[in-house]
Design a binder for this molecule. Structure first.
Ligand code: CP
Length: 353
């Protein structure tokens, strides 16, 4: 074993490759949609708390801007030079914190990062309202993740700089859902244009998870409802009872989303163009697992050309045997999160590269 590991060290690292599923596709989004920054002007100096704040045009243009950053990184200037991001993550995170920080760095800004609330006045009972008042003087934007869904609203009360919700309890995770929409538009750029898709070409999306308990799914469903005209059906796959929160299903259906619930996976998979899977919901100081009976692996009866999305972190529900298959768009989704966050930050700070 030790010898095997030593041999591994003697090999050069694999080339950093852009040859991942979903990388070439940003170009097709650029070719499908003309750039129009006007819808983004309304985002300038605004907080981002909920997916409800966004229009379809804004999501399409943020995605288009992200695709420009992704395909032409050499053209990125440093418009955030001299600006400071306060990255306050009071709950664990790999992707959201690091991709926000990567996005901010790539745009030229500096970062102050808090990863433990106990290292701030919170440990002495200080309110988020008072901390927000201080942050006004220390930085130019805040990204907050907190397991209490009210925290982002409490800080917002005293903030005069924009705040972005990096996940508030089980409520919402709007920028993760933006990364999901970016991946979906790369795979299906025809969705970007309203009323563009014939009835028989509309797509079917399967979501394995519990909409009422998972913030990523809550925000994603709100965004998907903006694209209802191109979506034949959103199928929720779960064996849990009471899967929607109060009024959630009604709101989505009123927005035009055609929802169906099923408790079986394999007989639905051959009809799904997009399969979104998530099994973890962060609740309070720990996490809940949902849908442990559902599992995707390389033997799953997936439709040819289908894509799998997962907000990650994954567990047993998404097997590594899928990583080297064309179904794997979850790594491209996580990679795209940097570019979509760059686009969002540029819009909020009106600092276009
Ligand atoms: N997708 C997501 O929110 O991942 P992290 O918890 O690692 O930020």
């Amino acid at each position: 074993m030790v010898n095997e590991k030593l041999q591994q060290l003697e090999q050069p690292l694999k080339e950093q490759s852009l040859d991942v599923q979903g990388f070439e596709s940003p170009r097709s989004l650029m070719e499908t949609v003309d750039e129009d920054l006007v819808p983004l002007l309304d985002l300038a100096h605004r907080p981002v708390i909920s997916a409800r704040q966004f229009s379809r045009e804004q999501l399409v243009q943020i995605s288009r801007l992200a695709s420009k950053f992704e395909t032409e990184p050499q053209r990125i200037t440093r418009p955030l030079t001299g600006k400071i991001l306060i990255s306050a993550f009071y709950e664990p995170s790999t992707r959201t914190r690091l991709s926000f920080e990567s996005a901010w760095h790539r745009l030229g800004g500096d970062i102050m990062s808090i990863t433990d609330p106990a290292s701030t006045g919170i440990a002495k009972g200080e309110s988020l309202y008072d901390i927000g008042e201080m942050l006004n003087h220390y930085g130019d934007m805040v990204v907050l993740r907190d397991n209490d869904e009210k925290a982002v609203y409490e800080m917002l009360e005293s903030l005069r700089i924009p705040i972005v919700n990096g996940g508030n309890g089980v409520d919402e995770h709007p920028t993760q859902a933006m990364a999901d929409i970016y991946a979906i538009l790369k795979a299906h750029p025809e969705l970007a244009i309203a009323n563009n898709i014939a009835e028989d070409k509309k797509i079917r999306i399967g979501i394995i998870g519990v909409p009422g308990r998972m913030r990523t799914i809550r925000s994603l469903l709100l965004f998907l409802s903006l694209f209802s005209d191109g979506i034949k059906e959103v199928l929720i796959i779960t064996d849990a009872p009471d899967i929607f929160s109060d009024g959630q299903q009604q709101e989505l259906e009123q927005n035009g989303l055609n929802l169906r619930v099923s408790d079986t996976l394999d007989n639905e998979l051959p009809e799904l163009d997009i399969v979104y899977i998530n099994a973890i919901a962060w609740v309070s100081d720990t996490y809940e697992e949902h849908g442990t009976n559902y599992r995707l692996d390389s033997t799953s009866p997936l439709k040819p050309g289908a894509i799998i999305l997962h907000p990650l972190a994954r567990g047993d529900e998404l097997d590594r045997s899928l990583d080297n298959t064309p179904f794997n768009w979850y790594f491209a989704q996580a990679r795209g999160a940097v570019f979509i966050r760059m686009a969002l930050l540029s819009a909020i700070l009106k600092s276009y590269s």
